[in-house]
Design a protein around this ligand. Structure first.
Ligand SMILES: Cc1cc2nc3c(=O)[nH]c(=O)nc-3n(C[C@H](O)[C@H](O)[C@H](O)COP(=O)(O)O)c2cc1C
Length: 316
């Protein structure tokens, strides 16, 4: 019986995210990004205008089996909300088990159905699921039946849009809470234009909320896409890496935002120094000329990076 299989009731804070979306609040969302969308970056985006953040893709099977994977892949705290845990999964039991482990620490889970990387596709995850949609439906249906938590999917469009339309209709009938559409096919590079008309078609097809993803680098673009597609929210990845305050209308990362990032990193860690360096390279992109870029590139230590930022923005 369905009632018996509801293993946990989620709290009112989680309920309110779905309520907010259904009440018509337009959501500005930080995309899942492997290695990058970890705790300090999620907190930074939340502070600077993002309504929902996503963890990087976490492989459900490994997460279930290895305590080490759980410790290294997932760190959170009370400020980290509303936050969605994105799983790489292709099996309903694995996804359910992984969801149970995070259900009290997030406001929803998402299934990655769009990653086109070779190894991900080969193992039957990410965009490979678009070729085996029954696996997606089974995962959505099973987790929704067993647990009271929003379950969303993040997809890419398919070369034949009829397949996308069929997929989103069935996902909706399985109870998916919302659908994020990256308006490129799996074989398209990030330089390929995004098909916003396809996203609009998805929005017109289903009644569940739809979020648009792809090539959002400014607030104006976000608003334009909102008008054009009538979606419930927009999700940005590279735009937020370059400027975590983009949804507040800033044209480049504000100095205080870079300092906030250093502060959050100092408090919570959870980033490999190489990734900290990459984050700072992105945020400082518009501040640096070519020489400064190569000067910053030479810095290898965390203290070196922090000193550099403080010299640039506090003591200069
Ligand atoms: C560094 C990086 C890591 C990414 N990791 C993930 C991921 O873990 N899960 C996922 O669904 N998409 C991932 N993506 C794809 C983004 O979420 C997004 O769909 C894509 O970059 C298009 O959005 P954009 O044009 O705003 O960058 C990643 C993208 C980047 C740039």
């Amino acid at each position: 019986m369905e009632d018996e299989s509801v293993v946990k009731v989620y709290d009112s804070k989680k309920q309110s995210l779905l309520d907010r979306i259904h009440n018509g609040e337009f959501m500005k969302i930080q995309a899942p990004m492997v290695r990058f969308s970890r705790l300090p970056f999620r907190l930074l985006c939340s502070r600077w205008g993002t309504d929902i953040t996503y963890t990087p893709m976490i492989m459900a099977a490994e997460f279930n089996r290895s305590e080490h994977a759980r410790d290294s892949d997932f760190t959170t705290n009370d400020l980290d909300s509303p936050m969605i845990v994105q799983f790489g999964a292709n099996d309903a039991e694995e996804l359910s088990a992984a969801t149970e482990k995070v259900i009290n620490h997030c406001q929803g889970i998402d299934i990655n159905c769009g990653c086109p990387q070779k190894w991900v596709m080969k193992e039957g995850y990410g965009a490979n699921l678009l070729l085996h949609p029954d696996r997606i439906f089974d995962m959505v249906k099973t987790v929704k039946r067993r647990m009271n938590i929003p379950v969303s999917i993040k997809i890419r469009i398919q070369p034949d849009l009829n397949n996308t339309i069929e997929l989103v209709k069935r996902a909706e009938s399985m109870g998916v809470s919302w659908i994020t559409v990256h308006g490129r096919t799996s074989s398209m590079r990030s330089s390929h234009p995004v098909d916003y008309e396809a996203i609009k078609l998805v929005k017109e097809t289903v009644s569940c909320p739809v979020f648009a993803n792809g090539d959002i680098f400014t607030l104006d673009q976000a608003n334009e896409i909102k008008e054009r597609t009538k979606v419930n929210g927009v999700m940005a990845a590279r735009g937020l890496l370059m400027n975590p305050a983009l949804f507040q209308g800033y044209k480049r990362t504000p100095e205080e935002c870079v300092l906030d990032f250093i502060d959050l990193y100092s408090k919570y860690g959870d980033l490999h120094p190489v990734i900290l360096h990459r984050h700072l390279m992105y945020m400082l992109y518009d501040y640096h000329n070519r020489n400064e870029k190569s000067e910053f590139n030479k810095i290898k230590t965390v203290t070196g990076m922090i000193d550099y930022i403080q010299d640039k923005f506090i003591f200069s």
